[in-house]
Design a protein. Sequence first.
Length: 159
Amino acid sequence: MTTYTARPIGPTALKELRDTDDAGRPAVPFTDDEGGAPLRCCLRRSEPGERIALVSYAPLRRWAGETGAEPGAYDEQGPVFVHADDCAGPATGAYPFAEGAHRTVRRYSAEGHILGGRLVEVKDTFEAAFADAFADPAVALVHVRAVEYGCFLYEVRRP
């Protein structure tokens, strides 16, 4: 069985986002009094008292910049939470943010075009959803997103 890796936002992108986000706005750090925000830098939920920022992030645009893809109208940006300062990154290889909510596994081609998706209802079905997605040779990467708000949670690339 293939094991897939949940990829956080990379260190170069994080450094840029902590200054100016992908919408051109300065990051505005704040203290998270309640905790529970899904952090895309370390793929865990925030703890009360941590300094975080809500920034606009364009995951497909950044991937396209690495690969030369041209996503055209499929390029989008949306809000993500990150630590306001450097963090240690993910502590585990598990699929984060899987508990208690529906997720979609959205498939993208090497050109950055959406090829479809799959609803994932139970944590144990992520391996099957990724295997199903990458069984199609046209799929280059997938985004895991929250169904409720459509928010980007993390990326998985072809193994």
